[in-house]
Design a protein around this ligand. Structure first.
Ligand code: RI2
Length: 319
């Protein structure tokens, strides 16, 4: 099986691309686990073959979705720790790094939740967009502290991840009202916070999150409602430190209109960008496991964590 992808790694890659596995933190954990599966089953003949196989496996995972930086950051974490003089040592290093990554991920979300919960007062109402486990962790921690909360949940077209948020908040004991995306401004006067997650955060504090976040933030600012972004530090995009931009994923038009509707409408273009960019001036705070930050200061944390360089330990496409 040397140099081939393990069927489970291939399945994980396909499930990330199809969004069966979705959400930036969940994708990161799944990618790290897939590398561990590849390592456990590897029959590479020598250390060089093992390294090549895992750099290629990293590339397979990297190519699934372009926007959430948690995916390449997970690959960096595991592949940078691939170390040893024998296949057995290399295998152990990859498995150990993947396990450590998952532990850090879980701990970061718990710590972030505690910090985010401090912003929420008993009786507050939050407005959410899409489904973010980091954002949910803040609400769940506040509920555990005994605070009673309500939520206005945007359905989040085209894939309606707001339904997942509605279900999970309801299960946590939150009073939930589901609205269509275009009703958001009407309800902003009734909420105390806009609370969203992030797929990537750029060095200038721009927040890349589910399409519709930037319009919501502009409207919330106009209404005087604070915009809080819950994002653990694996959402910080190190390549933006050197001026690179974050690629916005364009998804299939079939997510927006089915074939029948498409035929009825006739010859129009359909575009389906999955994410947008909210400029830092519309964001009040970024809540991470290391504390909460005004967006303009996030670059300091990013430098501390990543230095000035962001290596790409996965294989180049021609390898
Ligand atoms: P957590 C999601 O993207 C949403 O944009 C959400 O805000 C973000 O990932 C972060 O999710 P998608 O995978 O890591 O649904 O907070 O396209 O769970």
């Amino acid at each position: 099986m040397s140099e081939a992808f393990h069927p489970e790694l291939e399945a994980t890659a396909e499930r990330i691309a199809s969004m069966e596995i979705r959400g930036a933190a969940t994708i990161a954990g799944a990618a790290a686990e897939a590398l561990a599966t590849q390592a456990r089953a590897s029959d590479a003949a020598d250390p060089a073959g093992f390294r090549r196989e895992h750099r290629r496996a990293g590339r397979r995972l990297y190519d699934t979705r372009p926007t959430a930086v948690s995916l390449p950051n997970a690959l960096r974490y595991v592949l940078d720790r691939m170390d040893g003089d024998s296949v057995a040592e290399l295998r152990a290093s990859v498995v150990e790094a993947a396990e450590a990554f998952q532990t850090r991920l879980d701990r970061a979300q718990t710590d972030l939740g505690e910090i985010g919960a401090n912003r929420l007062r008993d009786g507050d109402t939050v407005m959410t967009h899409c489904h973010s486990t980091d954002a949910l962790a803040c609400v769940e921690a506040a509920v555990e502290q005994g605070k009673e909360l309500s939520a206005v949940v945007k359905e989040t077209r085209p894939r309606n991840q707001g339904h997942i948020t509605a279900e999970q908040l309801r299960a946590a004991g939150v009073d939930v009202t589901l609205i269509v995306d275009s009703a958001a401004r009407r309800y902003l006067d009734e909420v105390d916070h806009v609370l969203v997650g992030a797929d990537s955060i750029a060095a200038d504090g721009s927040v890349v999150n589910k399409i519709g976040t930037s319009g919501l933030a502009v409207n919330a600012r106009e209404r005087g409602v604070p915009i809080v972004v819950a994002a653990q530090t694996i959402k910080l995009h190190p390549e933006t430190l050197t001026g690179q931009t974050v690629e916005i994923e364009m998804r299939a038009e079939t997510e927006v209109v089915d074939d029948e509707t498409r035929a009825e409408i006739g010859g129009v273009a359909v575009e389906n960008p999955a994410f947008d960019v909210t400029p830092p001036r519309y964001v009040d705070a970024i809540v991470t496991e290391s504390g909460q930050f005004p967006p303009e200061t996030i670059v300091t944390l990013m430098r501390e964590l990543f230095g000035e360089s962001a290596a790409r330990p996965w294989a180049d496409s021609e390898e």
